[in-house]
Design a protein around this ligand. Sequence first.
Ligand SMILES: *Cc1c(COP(=O)(O)O)cnc(C)c1O
Length: 403
Amino acid sequence: MFDVQKIRAQFPILSQTVNGKPLVYFDNGATSQKPKVVIDAIEKYYQEINANIHRGVHTLSQLATDAYEISRAKIQDHINAEHLHEVIFTSGTTHGINLVANGFASIVTKGDEVMVSALEHHSNIVPWQMLCERTGAKLVVIPMDENGELILSEFDRLLSDKTRIVAVNHISNALGIINPIRYMIDKAHQAGAAILIDGAQATPHLKPDVQALDCDFYVFSGHKICGPTGVGILYGKEAWLNKLPPYQGGGEMIKEVTFEKTTYAELPHKFEAGTPNIAGGIVLGTAIDFLNEVGFDAIQKQEKELLQYGTAKLSEIEGLTIYGTGEKTSVISFNIEGIHPYDIGTIVDKLGVAVRTGHHCAQPIMNYFNIPGTIRASFAFYNTKEEIDIFVEAVQKAKMMLS
Ligand SMILES: *Cc1c(COP(=O)(O)O)cnc(C)c1O
């Protein structure tokens, strides 16, 4: 049985007060809070087994290496990757996308096309723009409609034999919209293009099955799924990872180095140059275990209730517009007529509520709606309806003060 109070008790930060008020944390889209097991696991690593991995024959180095590789196997299992070496540790989603975009410089040539969507985070736009600048390829953008949904007929029309890769998010960070990636993956493949899925906002809410999806790449960040910052995952199909050149050169990624010629290590090490975030990699496994123990069914049920309750409550406020009304996850992005989102964010913070205000690293979406930004409340499974009541009251108070 899902007991939200029992869950909350495992997140030390949630019992804090902020500005003299109990903390209401609704900025989960930016980063999630961490349960005690994760915090303890970081401490345990540094107190008991800290050593560099894959190098020493000494006991601690072996213990650290084993723990790191056990975590990789957990992640393989979690995302259902066919091979262990298809799971690459990165520093986060941004790193994973840059690694792939950089590698595609050896594949993409002038006249080719690289496709992103109008709903992307800057992390899934800028690396592809840089690739296009380097290679002379053209960046093509799948447009969205006023519900915040991608226009699939346009996607179909824009795909061609010039399309080398499509990069699209599973769930939008700014609006919470769930994209029909299963359909998009098939269509991209039919056109002969590869496809990368940015799973940064999906992995907190669901367990992606990369084999069922059949995507070529899937990237996400540890810090949005109850894990530490500075660690993330790039999943890539073996054939693609073998085809792409290394991203960074250095220790750990080599087989043999001479001044004449260096040969590269096998996967996954080819893409893991230098000393990684060892504690982060190990503890990402702890975070994934934690989420699976809570259970993704329970997580989705709780978040769906919060989304419905929050949407209904906020909609009662006059002059309030919610952006993104298609099928979505527990994100409410909104504005109140005549008031700057930043001003509301500042006032609700004084009342203990943490929300994100601004463009959410997705300026093109804000440009589409012709707004400077939104107030984004993003709920996690450890949030409650009582917190939504506090938030809605705070928004009403802010509105009164500002209008
Ligand atoms: C957060 C986020 C990113 C960037 O993740 P980092 O952890 O900052 O690298 C990329 N895409 C989406 C959809 C995100 O939500």
